[in-house]
Ligand binder design. Structure first.
Ligand SMILES: Nc1nc2c(ncn2[C@@H]2O[C@H](COP(=O)(O)OP(=O)(O)OP(=O)(O)O)[C@@H](O)[C@H]2O)c(=O)[nH]1
Ligand SMILES: [Mg+2]
Length: 325
């Protein structure tokens, strides 16, 4: 039995240490590690059917960790196994965030049916998204049938996460008026489910108002698919209000998008997008490593920067060098 076969067997049995090791392999930039991760992923395909991939985003402090812990424990009680991955390309959290999140999600972290993994540090957003996709597939192969991908609301990372999952959840704060609280319209448009958190205590009236505001604002948005219209719910991650309704809504979304074929199509599109991203990355790497390109590239880049050559002509010339037999 070779290494990837051994790892695949341990992983399929649900061994969390094997899963952690496999993800480390996938995140590594070392060529032999990458090859090992590839061999492993090949072995594990096709993954189990019926998994639920959820993205979640929201500004710092909105209650993502509290929500994931509460919701995760609920899903586990319903017989599921829950993995939590983070996409966070900003250096301010990076590898250190796991400590914070594991203490914030202490009960979930201790649960044998949960697996929590921080964002790989030191990668670009594109790199993080690629490796997170692989980590997600590894989690599913290890029997984690509900996978959460969390990102802090910093802009582009939401799109990257929405492109990895079946359903994108946006967590909002209860707001005083009808202001859109710094959440970009484009991000609201990505959401399949909007949750106004902290609907408890003295924030309850504001939360109820915010739900109504978003419900009416969404009436003017064209739904992204005929099978599903974005819904808005009030929840309290702290006291558990609405958590059961969130779970039911997720199952309803799954049923609707499965029946319409949207779910399969979305996953197929995501897989081919991942193929093209890998291809693009691999080609650029090869191109940069090519000695003929290396000789001509700096001078051409300088001329483009100085406005003396057009990017398209320069690109054509570089490609011609690269493709020279
Ligand atoms: N009242 C109330 N407070 C909440 C609720 N959910 C979270 N909080 C509080 O809000 C604060 C932030 O919660 P977190 O879960 O750490 O928020 P987060 O979105 O994960 O924050 P970052 O990890 O910094 O991005 C904590 O003090 C929580 O106790 C809720 O439903 N109601
Ligand atoms: Mg958090």
């Amino acid at each position: 039995m070779d290494e990837s076969e051994r790892l695949a067997t341990a992983l399929r049995s649900g061994d969390r240490r094997a899963l952690a090791r496999a993800i480390t392999l996938a995140e590594s930039t070392r060529e032999d590690h990458r090859r090992g991760a590839e061999a492993l992923l090949e072995r594990l395909l096709p993954g189990p059917a019926g998994t639920i991939r959820l993205g979640i985003s929201g500004v710092p402090g909105v209650g993502k960790s509290t929500f994931i812990e509460r919701f995760g424990l609920h899903a586990i009680a319903a017989g599921h196994r829950v993995a939590v991955l983070a996409v966070d390309p900003s250096s301010k959290r990076g590898g250190g965030s796991i400590l914070g999140d594991k203490t914030r999600m202490a009960e979930l972290a201790r649960n044998g049916s949960a697996f929590i993994r921080p964002s790989p540090a030191g990668l670009t957003l594109g790199g993080v998204a690629r490796r997170t996709r692989e980590a997600m597939l590894l989690c599913e192969a290890a029997g984690f049938d509900v996978v959460f991908i969390e990102t802090v609301g910093v802009g582009q990372s939401e799109t990257a996460v929405a492109d990895l999952v079946d359903m994108f959840l946006l967590l909002l704060m209860p707001a005083g008026g009808d202001e859109l609280q710094g959440v970009k319209r484009g991000i609201v448009e990505l959401a399949d489910l909007i949750l106004v958190n902290k609907a408890d205590g003295e924030l309850l009236p504001a939360a109820t108002r915010t739900v109504a505001d978003y419900r009416s604002a969404l009436r003017f948005l064209r739904p992204a698919s005929a099978a599903w219209r974005t819904e808005v719910l009030a929840v309290s991650a702290l006291d558990g209000t609405g958590i059961e309704t969130v779970w039911e809504t997720i199952l309803r979304h799954r049923a609707a998008t499965e029946a319409s074929g949207d779910r399969g199509r979305r996953r197929a599109e995501q897989a081919s997008a991942a193929l093209w991203a890998e291809l693009g990355e691999a080609l650029i790497e090869r191109l940069r490593a090519d000695p003929r390109v290396a000789r001509s590239l700096p001078a051409l880049e300088t001329r483009v920067a100085a406005g003396a050559a057009s990017p398209s002509a320069a690109a054509r010339e570089i490609l011609a060098r690269f493709l020279e037999a």
